[in-house]
Ligand binder design. Sequence first.
Ligand code: AMP
Length: 326
Amino acid sequence: MNIEKMQIILDKIKEYDKIFIFRHFRPDGDAVGSSRGLAEILKATFKDKDIRLQNCDHSDYLAFLGGEDELASDEEYRDALGIVCDTATAKRISNQKYSLCRELVKIDHHIPIESYAAYEWVEEERSSACEMIACFYDTFKDQLKINETAARYIYTGMVTDSGRFRFRSVSGETMRLAGVILGVGIDTDTLYANLYLKSLSEYKFEAYARRKMKFTEGGVAYLYISNSMKKRFGLTDEEASASVSLMDSIKGSLIWLAFIEGKDGSIRVRLRSRFVTVDKLANNYNGGGHACASGATVYSKKEMKKLIKDADALLTDYKKNNTGWL
Ligand code: AMP
């Protein structure tokens, strides 16, 4: 925990009348949860401040959490404090007008690749940025207010980014803070229904994807999802991308990769692993993220094959030099 950094952020929040909150593009539960959760806490606490979510894209999957605020004019940014949640690099910020803000704060739990804000609070060992927002609230609870809406946003990110509290980043402190947030009161039945229920076409696609997945000699599982497959099953990019988790429980497949063809011909890569780490592999392919959950982009089938080969070499080497993995 980094009290000094949190204190500086709280002081900055108090100093500004206008606060714009950002997150990464192609948002997941943690990006939406941390940005909206922080916004809600600040709105509940500082009734006279102008607090707005300023993001350019959205997630259909997370639409149940609500939409974004209207984008402000360039002029309005000039006297605003910008707070960017859950975003490691500037180019991944959903709204590139973040740079017009007078000062910038970064709150993040990704492995740091780049520094882009004057005030940065980064704790890569945290299971989610939402855990950091929960910590921020808990540390200053004598000065901050929370409500059920904020708690729902924060809990969404804590649950989703920790793989339902399964990942190794989950600590006793994660569970304590989850308890604090849950204690505010959340309708978890409705939350989980929104997070887990699938459409019939997604179910049918999953059966198809299970048949289509491939394995390297070293045990890397991978799946390529083309635009035509998405069309055939009527899936959005987001729904197709979720298929990475279909490969997360195969014994011996310690690395699993989903390749999703984009409209522009580029291929989004979702890298996941257990025991062995994949963030450095992602760094070699225009990406990054966490030790066991990263993202990257390749621009041809040839580059995709090279990434698979690299992943295979990484896993083969890991298996040769380590015991106890499954
Ligand atoms: P994804 O597979 O897109 O869900 O990404 C897994 C994790 O890596 C998330 O925490 C992302 O924010 C992060 N990530 C994805 N792509 C990149 C990238 N190009 N650079 C840095 N981090 C990334």
